[in-house]
Design a protein around this ligand. Structure first.
Ligand code: GLP
Length: 244
């Protein structure tokens, strides 16, 4: 769907999340981070505050996180999700599930988290998209059946995310991320993209060939993907491209 603007996109995305949360006795929701999510998470917080939505029965799963940031670092995604959502809704503290990006055995932790997410059978996975077509931290070239693993971030991604750090040198070089295969196991996927800087990636993801070079193109193989865009992010799409 193409909403009139970013705020409306956030509200409609929140409608979809709320519908999934209200439809299940024990909702399992995968959460992305990034600037794109500020609007949808803000809308969900408002709905919790006015009593029209509750996360009391929900379990939330983090999509990815940087490796090597201090546990209290504000840009550690486990902290970003608390500040932008979890601390402002009635999600039980123990119901926010995340990988441990500072585990001594990172590959073992990735295997553990793959099992945790896989056995959760997520009802909904919320996704953003990187300017280079990445989803989570699955960079171009990621196998379309990849599992949770430790990855090295592309320089394009480090530069794109440097706006949240004092300098690009402070952006971690590695992350632990759910794989594309992991993401595709969710029952439903909600892709949100806002702004002109995402227009090419959105076009490639939705209209281009399914290829590891555009990790988001793997979403074309999933049976239930909803796409929420503002007009700028939709600007390069052909007429009639299905948006779920
Ligand atoms: C990071 C995250 C992705 C997110 C992307 C876009 O790479 N790992 O999950 O989709 O950034 O972030 P933004 O919404 O800030 O453009």
């Amino acid at each position: 769907m193409v909403a009139p603007d970013a705020r409306a996109a956030g509200e409609v995305a929140a409608d979809l999340v709320a519908a999934v949360v209200q439809a299940s006795p024990h909702p399992r929701i995968g959460l992305a981070t990034g600037a794109t999510m500020v609007g949808v998470y803000g809308a969900l917080v408002e709905r919790c505050r006015d009593g029209s939505l509750s996360f009391a029965r929900t379990t939330a799963y983090l999509l990815d996180d940087y490796v090597g940031l201090d546990d209290r670092h504000p840009q550690a995604f486990r902290n970003v999700i608390r500040v932008s959502l979890a601390d402002h809704v009635d999600l039980p503290t123990e119901a926010l599930v995340a990988p441990n990006p500072n585990a001594s055995d990172l590959d073992g932790e990735a295997r553990r988290y793959e099992e945790v997410v896989g056995s959760a059978h997520l009802d909904l996975q919320i996704l953003g998209i990187g300017g280079n077509g990445h989803i989570a931290f699955n960079e171009p070239g990621s196998p379309l059946d990849s599992a949770t693993r430790v990855v090295t971030l592309s320089e394009a991604t480090r530069r794109a995310n440097a706006r949240f750090f004092d300098s690009v040198d402070d952006v971690p070089r590695q992350a632990i991320t759910q794989g594309i295969g992991t993401i595709l196991r969710a029952e439903q996927i909600l892709l949100i993209a806002l702004g002109p800087h995402k227009a090419a990636a959105v076009r490639d993801a939705l209209e281009g060939p399914v290829t590891p070079e555009i990790p988001a193109s793997a979403l074309q193989t999933h049976p239930d993907v909803r796409v929420m865009l503002d007009p700028e992010a939709a600007a390069m799409l052909s007429q009639g491209t299905p948006l779920g």
